[in-house]
Design a protein around this ligand. Structure first.
Ligand code: COA
Length: 382
């Protein structure tokens, strides 16, 4: 007996798009010269205080820093920070951010909310469609409750929220997670925020790295509605490969170590040269193979919005990806005024340099950093 055939309709898979981005820029900016003046004042007083030990060879004298070196080696000219006065006081040399009571919004969440409000205002969509908030950043202010849940509450959003940390690659890992939530039907829209107070984990007394980071917050709304002006996500790919060359050993077990808490301070450390040499080929190959696998000709990309750590790294990756010397407008650099803002760097670059795209034009958001970790997100203007 013939039974009537049921026609099974395959539900359309929602196409994730970047619907809007937002930016929060902290109130203070520090030029290289200001930073170097503070560092060199610290060096001078250290060398005076330790003159006898330096003379008998038991302590090495500290060397001064230089604004010219910083700009030449990194491309950084200045950086935004949440507190300038503490960083520039030679006896302090760290941001001073008073602890807030539990019934006040925490400073990291406040930055994220400011960036999110910028993104939500540009989006103009229905906030009730946002069913997930991801806080993707290098350093959370506390282990729990998750920063993302505090941001969700401050914005009056429902659904679920969680934190994720993949260092400088956090935003692209967050974008992929958001895109996958959209494709799988978990929610109609996702808010991802990237608040970064990098000045809090930077050793301003370390000549090799005192100039590297800045503070900022970015936000991205990823949705499943292909509205005009949004950015279709053509493909996302993530990669990790263990390395000790960029490391931060701060954590809750520090107090369990016999040396005691804060001895020495657990701050950012890196082998900058090794990072440079190992990450440039890793990321260039990843971009090219991802482009090939999704049928995108890398030479046809209108723009690269790369992670912002070092201008020389970005120029080398740009050359390898485009197969020629990229023009300045093809390889966006914002690290000159923001420095390395960890997860937020590629999102700031995207946010500040995408207005001139016509429908159908394509670009690449790419991040890389500690782990090592790297993420590629190819996008096309709708
Ligand atoms: N002022 C003046 N001179 C300095 C200095 C400073 N602040 N810091 C280092 N130098 C000197 C060094 O002592 C060294 O001198 P020498 O040649 O006489 O030994 C020289 O400058 C070169 O030092 P080096 O550390 O090799 O510099 P670099 O060209 O590698 O640049 C970085 C340093 C950190 C800017 C660069 O390596 C970098 O950005 N790497 C990638 C890092 C990265 O992307 N990290 C990701 C973090 S998320």
């Amino acid at each position: 007996m013939n039974r009537p055939r049921r026609i099974l309709e395959t539900p359309a898979v929602p196409q994730p798009v970047i619907a809007a981005t937002g930016l929060y820029v902290p109130p203070h900016s520090i030029s290289n010269q200001e930073l170097v003046d503070a560092f060199n004042a610290f060096v001078a007083s250290f060398n005076i205080e330790n003159a006898a030990a330096i003379a008998d060879g038991t302590v090495a004298p500290l060397q001064p820093s230089s604004a010219e070196f910083i700009e030449k080696a990194s491309g950084i000219k200045s950086r935004h920070v949440m507190d300038k006065t503490g960083i520039l006081a030679p006896a302090v040399m760290r941001p001073i951010l008073p602890e807030r009571p539990n019934d006040e919004i925490s400073v990291l969440a406040e930055m994220a909310v400011a960036a999110a409000n910028d993104a939500l205002g540009r989006w103009g969509g229905d906030k009730s469609d946002i069913g997930a908030v991801i806080c993707a950043a290098s350093n959370m202010q506390r282990p729990y409750p998750a920063m993302a849940v505090e941001v969700q509450d401050a914005l009056g959003l429902s659904g679920f929220a969680f934190d994720m940390n993949v260092a400088c690659s956090s935003a692209t890992f967050g974008l992929k997670t958001a895109a996958d939530f959209i494709s799988s039907g978990s929610t109609k829209a996702v808010l991802m925020v990237n608040p970064e107070i990098c000045s809090g984990h930077l050793n301003f007394r370390d000549r090799d790295s005192h100039f590297i980071f800045g503070d900022v917050a970015t936000a991205v709304v990823v949705s499943g509605s292909e509205t005009a002006g949004a950015w279709r996500i053509l493909g996302t790919r993530l990669k990790t490969q263990f390395s000790n060359n960029i490391r931060n050993n701060f954590g809750f077990l520090n107090r369990a170590a016999p040396e005691g808490i804060g001895k020495p301070d657990k701050l950012f450390v890196q082998e900058g040269r090794k990072v440079f040499k190992e990450v440039v080929p890793m990321v260039s190959e990843m971009i090219l193979s991802h482009a090939r696998d999704i049928g995108v000709d890398p030479r046809s990309l209108k723009r690269l919005w790369l992670h912002q750590a070092n201008i020389n790294m970005n120029e080398m990756i740009g050359r390898k990806v485009l197969g020629r010397e990229p023009r300045a407008d093809e390889n966006v650099i914002i690290l000159d005024t923001f420095a390395n803002t960890s997860s937020a760097g590629s999102i700031i670059a995207f946010h500040t340099a995408n207005e001139d795209f016509a429908a159908g034009e394509r670009g690449l958001i790419c991040s890389f950093g500690a782990g090592y970790s790297a993420g590629t997100v190819f996008v096309e203007k709708i």
